[in-house]
Design a protein around this ligand. Structure first.
Ligand code: 13P
Length: 258
């Protein structure tokens, strides 16, 4: 299995000034480590990606930058939207697609997400695909049906060779921003199910695709959560905005890396 992926999703937070100060602080702390095996990714809002990438480059380790969304068309009359060509020109390496907030507040469907995912791959960037059930889904015992529908839809036409550029983030909607993560048994059950799904569909690539957990992951629960089998990293919201917390999660990942 590859090393951990520790990714921060800043959502609609920060401005240019705070972006620089957070990344600078993270980089200074990370630079005190001799070696960093984990992949570190920070996803600021679009407007701050350029300065984030400039600042991240100053680190002696590789801190990568990602976008939180994209449009699937190459260009055209889509007022207010951001294309992958624009994103690429910001020195961006990753794009998050399918976040539950985009599904819930912007009505993104699995078919939309599939179009975005294909467009990201076509532009030679890496995808962080988010999936996850709502509380209602879980309470009505539909978790795995929902995850399967999301994966089947979002990964339509995606072949084994594409999987090397895809990371899957399991983010139970009910655990996002609540301060209470899913229990380790729930995470383990979901991640084992996901691994099984990926192996069935993508053979060898399914064995190595990184499966991240997201939903109130923080410096306190990271040691327990990152130690769960088939958890290969985390997608972190709130705690990624606090350098001490984000770096502590990175250090936990480093201590668990073989
Ligand atoms: P929180 O870590 O704030 O719960 O957010 C998780 C998330 O949605 C990351 O994409």
């Amino acid at each position: 299995m590859n090393n951990f992926v520790i990714a921060g999703n800043w959502k609609m937070n920060t401005n240019i000034e705070t972006t620089i100060s957070i990344i600078k602080n993270v980089a200074e702390q990370v630079d005190q480590l001799n070696e960093v095996k984990s992949t570190i990714v920070i996803c600021p809002p679009f407007t701050n990606i350029y300065v984030a990438a400039q600042e991240a480059k100053k680190s002696k380790h590789n801190i990568q930058v990602g976008a939180q969304n994209c449009h699937f068309e190459e260009s055209g009359a889509f007022t207010g939207e951001i294309s992958l060509d624009m994103i690429k020109s910001l020195n961006c390496d990753y794009v998050i697609v399918g976040h539950s907030e985009r599904r819930a507040y912007f009505n993104e469907t699995n078919a939309d997400i599939n179009k975005k995912l294909k467009a990201v791959l076509k532009n030679n960037l890496k995808v962080i695909l988010c999936i996850g059930e709502t509380l209602e889904d879980r309470q009505s015992h539909k978790t795995f049906d929902v995850l399967e529908t999301q994966l089947n839809g979002c990964l339509q036409d995606i072949v084994e060779n594409d999987m090397k550029n895809i990371i899957i983030a399991y983010e139970p909607v009910w655990a996002i921003g609540t301060g209470v993560s899913a229990k380790t048994e729930e995470i383990e059950e979901a991640h084992n199910w996901l691994r099984n799904y990926c192996e069935k569909k993508y053979a060898n690539a399914g064995k190595t695709v990184a499966l991240l957990y997201g939903g109130s992951l923080n410096d306190k629960n990271a040691p327990e959560i990152l130690n769960v089998s088939n958890v290969n990293g985390g997608l972190i919201g709130g705690a990624s905005l606090v350098p001490e917390k984000f770096v502590s999660i990175i250090k936990t990942a480093e201590s668990l890396s073989k």
